[in-house]
Design a protein around this ligand. Structure first.
Ligand SMILES: Cc1cc2nc3c(=O)[nH]c(=O)nc-3n(C[C@H](O)[C@H](O)[C@H](O)COP(=O)(O)OP(=O)(O)OC[C@H]3O[C@@H](n4cnc5c(N)ncnc54)[C@H](O)[C@@H]3O)c2cc1C
Length: 334
């Protein structure tokens, strides 16, 4: 049984590991044209905080993806692999001066170990007229560590990694029994999927080891400490394909983050990066029988995670793996 996962971002790698766990006799290959620091996954801060714009086909399935993903990260966090895999627990605040709904998160309030309203005293922790706030504990996954760790695990388990750029998924007909499409934004072209839209984001990584708490505030402002540095963000440019770092965005991000946490002033920049979040409503995780000149190719799609792919990937990976198993079981009928 030969299964090919196209894509080596966080979605592809978590799916490949899950396939190895569930299909012991399968020969799993990861095929991609970009790896690690050249993927969108590498740009993410990686905080587990899916918002209401993350959506599966039904609310029940969305919630299952989220809780399965949280369990995956939380279990990994408790193992001896956590530091190498870039996974840790982190607590922090979300503040708003506008709307109490902004500081609630109905998806994760019952999933994470702690989610409560901020006290009056806590609303005064940062400069600003904060009327509403929440404090919560969640998980951070830093892809600069997770992706190499996951690739090593995948190879140790007997997987193969191939560097190849596909013009079409049909090129894989005859080479594999099932293909899992984890190509992120590239699925727009590969699948002619007009529902997939880039949401451009830019972050600044700074050296500020004294920051141990995350902060979110109005207008896409976030400060998220990680293993390597502190991520300052951000922006959301809908339908923008601009992958250049914008000096205008950099100064706006700096200004908002330093206003929220003045101790960041003068912190040294490690790097600035831009990524195009692959947004789709709903996230596409489904089986397709792709007609080719030599019969149908079984493709399980797993893409469109938008701004929440790092943390929700293990949930959709589990769902996609079940679809692969179903497709293989119904082999004779196809
Ligand atoms: C600024 C920013 C901040 C973010 N913060 C967070 C956060 O805090 N939490 C969170 O959960 N998410 C966050 N995200 C979102 C997250 O980064 C994405 O949802 C996630 O990286 C999507 O992963 P992916 O594996 O689908 O895509 P990618 O990482 O883009 O991987 C796609 C893979 O497909 C391969 N591929 C594509 N086309 C082809 C082809 N034709 N042939 C061969 N291979 C191909 C590529 O080579 C690559 O390996 C953030 C994103 C940005 C930009």
């Amino acid at each position: 049984m030969k299964v090919c996962v196209v894509g080596a971002g966080v979605v592809g790698l978590t799916t490949a590991l899950e396939l190895q766990r569930e299909l012991r006799n399968a020969n799993v290959t990861v095929l991609a044209d970009r790896f690690e620091q050249d993927t969108c996954s590498d740009v993410a801060a990686g905080l587990f905080r899916p918002s209401s714009s993350f959506s599966g086909p039904t609310e029940e399935i969305t919630r299952k993806w989220i809780s399965d993903a949280y369990s995956y990260w939380d279990e990994l966090r408790k193992t001896e692999h956590s530091a190498r895999a870039g996974v840790c627990q982190l607590s922090g605040y979300i503040f708003s001066s506008r709307d109490p709904a902004i500081v609630r998160n109905y998806y994760i309030e019952k999933v994470v170990p702690l989610y409560r309203a901020a006290t009056e005293q806590e609303l005064g922790l940062c400069p600003g007229e904060w009327k509403y706030g929440s404090f919560f504990t969640t998980i951070l996954t830093e892809c600069r560590r997770f992706q190499p760790w996951a690739a090593d695990r995948f190879l140790e388990n007997g997987g193969q990694i191939v560097t190849e750029s596909l013009e079409s998924l049909r090129e894989l007909q005859g080479r594999y029994d099932v293909v899992v499409n984890c190509t992120g934004l590239a699925a727009k072209r590969l699948c002619n999927d007009q529902k997939l839209v880039p949401i451009r984001g830019q972050i600044i990584k700074v050296r500020a080891p004294w920051v141990k708490t995350f902060f979110y505030a109005d207008f896409d402002t976030y400060i998220i400490p990680g293993f390597e540095g502190v991520s300052l963000g951000g922006c959301r440019n809908y339908d923008s394909y601009n992958t250049d770092v914008s000096p205008h965005d950099s100064s706006a991000i700096r200004e908002r983050c330093e206003a929220l946490l003045p101790s960041l002033r003068g912190s040294q920049v490690i790097r600035e990066s831009v990524g195009l979040r692959p947004h789709r409503d709903p996230v596409r995780v489904e089986l397709e029988l792709l007609p080719t000149a030599n019969g149908n190719l079984r493709v399980v799609h797993n893409y469109g995670h938008g701004g929440y792919g790092v943390t929700t990937a293990p949930g959709t990976a589990k769902y996609a793996t079940q679809l692969v198993k179903d497709a293989l079981k119904s082999n004779s009928k196809l």
